[in-house]
Design a protein around this ligand. Structure first.
Ligand code: NDP
Ligand code: TDO
Length: 299
């Protein structure tokens, strides 16, 4: 089975390649310069030439703050690009798995978000990702949209690596403590993607299709996440860094972020019998890979 993934150096595409190869699956990554999601006419040739049995649409414009001043480009990459990929998948009569985000929600809800909750993005990035979802759904019913959140890994850019980098030159960091979400490990996303891809190819059941939430178990705030990162780092001999919890207003950014974007994984557990590991367990694995040092076993 040939699994074609968009993106070449991103967190999720790299994790999918690494995990897929270790499982003996054929993973073909297609990215720039062969395809450019902002130019839909570049997609069909290379995607079809890769002869996919299933397409995983992972590549995206992910610079949340920069998107506020590059809305047209973000919309082309996150909206029209995935829409075109879905049309190609429909022509090839194959399933499309697409990654979306918790930032499609406003954050106003008290509890966790389910797939049936109405989206209401508060940022350009969130709006463009929602547009991608809509365009995919219009192009083919043979799709799975996986909304994930707060992705981290040893690869690419992410919050864990940013914290460790900033911590090298600072003894304390101010981090927002009033935005709640679910950190999600790219290697766990890859595990889910490869399992779902194989099921979709084997089974045309409509119940396996549609929107699903996919996040690490548990929840925290960005400040809570940062504390766990520095605790894990200190256990491996890293420097102690104090995290000062601050309100969102004290850390102004171009893009607004949802105050609550916790996602429920119940639908995925029911339909696919799949739950991702708790985020603290995955963070431990990530820190071990990043530092090359395993945390000492607790007595
Ligand atoms: N990161 C996160 O916290 C979250 C991510 N998601 C979603 O998960 C998916 C994967 O995210 P993640 O792996 O972190 O993303 P990354 O930012 O790590 O990687 C993005 C990938 O997209 C590629 N890309 C960007 N623009 C284009 C373009 N115009 N044409 C072709 N390829 C392009 C990049 O390639 P290049 O190297 O050429 O720039 C890179 O390979 C995305 O759809 C994202 O929206 C959802 C929730 C949270
Ligand atoms: C670096 C830093 C950030 N922050 C805050 C800013 C922001 O509210 C929060 C997260 O910051 P970041 O900019 O790293 O993360 P952000 O780009 O908002 O991450 C998002 O990326 C996209 C792609 C998604 O889809 C989302 O799920 C989410 O993961 O932490 C601090 O409070 N202190 C700091 O030192």
């Amino acid at each position: 089975m040939r699994i074609v993934v968009t993106g070449k150096e991103g967190q999720v595409d790299t994790a999918a390649q690494a995990l897929g190869e270790s499982l003996g699956l054929e993973i073909i990554r297609v990215g720039r310069p062969e395809i450019d999601l902002s130019k839909p006419e570049t997609l069909s040739g290379p995607m079809k030439a890769a002869r996919p049995d299933v397409i995983i649409s992972s590549a995206a414009y992910t610079a949340v703050d920069k998107a506020e001043s590059e809305a047209a480009l973000a919309q082309a990459i996150n909206g029209e690009g995935p829409g075109e990929l879905a049309k190609i998948a429909a022509e090839l009569n194959i399933p499309l798995l697409h990654l979306s985000t918790d930032y499609v929600f406003s954050g106003d809800k008290d509890g966790v978000y389910s797939e049936g909750d109405a989206p209401g993005p508060v940022s350009v990035y969130g709006m463009t990702k929602l547009s991608g979802e809509t365009q995919i759904a219009a192009a083919t019913p043979n799709h799975v949209i996986l909304r994930t959140a707060w992705v981290y890994s040893p690869y690419g850019n992410n919050f864990v690596k940013t914290m460790l980098r900033l911590g090298e030159t600072r003894d304390e960091l101010n981090v927002v403590a009033d935005q709640r979400g679910c950190p999600t490990y790219a290697l766990e996303i890859a595990r889910a993607l490869l399992l779902i891809a194989q099921k979709l190819v084997a089974d045309p059941d409509p119940a396996l299709r549609g929107i699903f939430h996919l996040t690490g178990q548990g929840e925290t705030t960005w400040a809570g996440f940062a504390e766990a990162i520095f605790e894990g780092s200190a256990l491996r001999g890293g420097k102690a860094v104090r995290v000062n919890p601050i309100p969102t207003e004290a850390y102004p950014t171009p893009a607004k972020r949802p105050a609550n974007s916790r996602l429920s994984g119940e639908k995925l557990a029911e339909v696919y019998n799949l739950r991702l590991d708790p985020w603290r367990v995955s963070l431990d694995d990530c820190l071990t890979r990043l530092t090359g040092v395993a945390a000492p076993v607790k007595e």
